[in-house]
Design a protein around this ligand. Structure first.
Ligand code: G3P
Length: 215
């Protein structure tokens, strides 16, 4: 299972790389809008230098021609750029063309198995179902992940299921149980994965005993 860090924040990416847990990065326009004082392309270039794995950069055009143009420009930034396209008819059409050109595509804003099938047929490298946003509206995000993984197993499709909109550690564990290929998470979720009170307590106890012993 690969871990991507869902952020445009360089310091969080640096820390995740240092921990050895950043197999890639996903960004979106909302995340990059928080990083002021630097151009979108420059920020993506910096991230691509820090992380060797796929770095998702999203187009903001909504029409086929515009998406193709922006996608090709983004792909020129670095070989590990993955062009993020929305799961619309124009987005899936552009996905088919860019994938054939050898550009990695992340089909984003996926909320149904039907959309995930379209992404796979168009040759997307990744499909991103947004589990947290589904949970927010009373739907079952992880249920969709199970459904997509089950469907993909019936075919030779190469598209990887990238679990997005992860809000907590349980999402990551469930994604691993199901066998999703990738989990993209905010850095704070990655940090939480390390934490257990018995680890903290056990370590304190070991060190206290060691120090008392005079060894
Ligand atoms: O990058 C897309 C996705 O992970 C967004 O997450 O928390 O805004 O629903 P969120």
């Amino acid at each position: 299972m690969k871990f991507f860090i869902d952020t445009g924040h360089l310091e969080d990416i640096r820390k995740a790389v240092e921990l050895g847990m950043a197999d890639g990065v996903t960004t979106n326009p909302s995340l990059l809008a928080k990083e002021t004082g630097i151009s979108f392309h420059k920020q993506i270039a910096l991230i691509c230098e820090m992380v060797k794995g796929p770095v998702s950069a999203e187009v903001v055009a909504t029409d086929y021609e515009g998406m193709l143009k922006q996608g090709r420009e983004l792909a020129k930034i670095a070989p590990n750029v993955t062009v993020k396209l929305p799961l619309t008819p124009d987005g899936i059409r552009a996905c088919g063309v860019l994938s054939k050109e050898g550009v990695m595509v992340n089909a984003t804003l996926c909320f149904s198995a039907a959309q995930a099938i379209l992404a796979a047929k168009a040759g997307a490298t990744f499909v991103s179902p947004f589990v947290g946003r589904m949970d927010d509206v009373g739907e079952h995000g992880m249920g969709l992940i199970r459904e997509i993984v089950d469907i993909y197993r019936n075919y030779e499709w190469k598209t990887q299921v990238l679990v997005a909109s992860i809000r907590h550690v349980t999402h990551v564990i469930e994604a691993a149980h199901i066998g999703a290929h990738v989990a993209t998470m905010p850095f704070k979720v990655l940090e939480q994965m390390y934490k257990h009170p018995l680890t903290t307590l056990g370590l304190e106890q070991f060190l206290a005993d060691w120090n008392k012993s005079g060894l």
